[in-house]
Design a protein around this ligand. Sequence first.
Ligand code: SF4
Length: 369
Amino acid sequence: MSAQALSEELVAIATAHDIDKVGVCSAEVFTDVRAALHERKAAGLSADMQFTYRNPDRATDPRRSLSDAETIVVCARSYRRSAPETPPTPTGTAAIAEYVWEPHYGELRTGLDAIAQHLREAGWSSRVLMDDNALVDRAAAYRAGIGWWGKNSNILVPGIGSKFVLGSVVTNAPLDVVDEPLEDQCGPCRRCIDACPTDAIVADGVIDSNRCLAWLVQSAGVFPHEFRVALGNRIYGCDDCQTSCPPNLLSDRRDAPDRTTGITTAAVRDLLTLDDTALLAKFGAWYIPRREPKYLRRNALIVLANTADPASSEVRQLIERYVRSNDEIEKAHAVWAADRLGYDDLVAGCRADGSEIVQAELSKIGGKP
Ligand code: SF4
C-alpha cells in the first residue's frame, strides 16, 4: 500500500472517532523546541513543573519512544463546549477549566488506539503518546501543519482556535508527511498577554510557570501569596489566555458550541466537606499534587476567601473547621482566608500555633504575635 493510501485510511479512522484535525510529520528531533525547553528550564521558568520539562531530550526525540520511528500522526480533538447556568450558593462555586468538563482525553485515546492498531495490522510498529512526558505534542502539531504557535504558547488551528486536546501515534510506517508549519497568524494581537491575570506570558509564546495559575493549582506546597487573589474562583485550570483569544471568540460566534454534558463547576462546600476518598472519587481525574486531597482543599480555601459572603454562618463554620486542621497547609490557607474575610478572632486564635508554615502565614498577613 502506498504512503498516501495508508495515510488516507488513518485520516478516515481519525474522522470516524470525532478527531477534528489530523496531520502527519517526520519523527526527526524537535531541535528548536529542545533548545527552548533547556533554556527556559535553566532560566527557572518551568518552576517545579515536570511533564516535558522533566527530560527535554527525551520529550523532543520521538525515537526514544519508538527506536525506528519515521513518522508521527498528530490528532487534535476539539473540546469547545458551552456551559449551563450555575445557580448561586452561599459558599460559592468554583470554576473548572473547559478541557476537563468532559473526558476528552479518553475519547481521543480511543481514536489514537484505533490508528495504532490499524498500523500494526498493516505490519508496522506504532506507539500512542498522549498527555505524556515523552513528547511535546504541540511541537509535532506545529510541524505537521495543524496550527501555528500562539503567543499564549498554544497551537491555534486556522478558523477554529486553540481548544483542542492533542495526541500522537509514533510509527515506523512511511506516511504522507506534511512538515509544512503554518505562518504565524497572531500578528500584532496581544490579547492573551494582556488578559493573563498574573502576567505569566513573559514573552511571545513563553510562559513563566511560577506565575501561571493553571500550574500553581497543580503544584504542591504553599500557594504563592501574590497570586491568591488573582486565582479568583478557579479550582482547576485557567482559561483566560484562550477565552480572550480572537480566533476562539470568532469560532464560538460563527458556530456556537454544543452545551456540555460534563461538570463545569465544583461546589466549594463539597470541596471543603467531603473526605479524602470522596474527593478523589469526584475529582481524581485531575492532576492533584502527590494525589493529596489537601491541595484541593488549599485551593478551595482560597476560592472561598475570594468569593464567599463573610456574613454567612456556613462560610465562617468552614473557616473555623480549617483553622483547627491538623494539616499545616490547610491551616495556613485557612488563616489567610480568615484574614481576608475579616474573621480576626479566628486569626488571633492561631497565634500560638507551633507550625512554621502557619507562623509564616501570620507574619505575612500582619497577624504576628
Ligand atoms: Fe495570538 Fe492574540 Fe490568540 Fe494571543 S490572543 S494567541 S496573540 S491570536
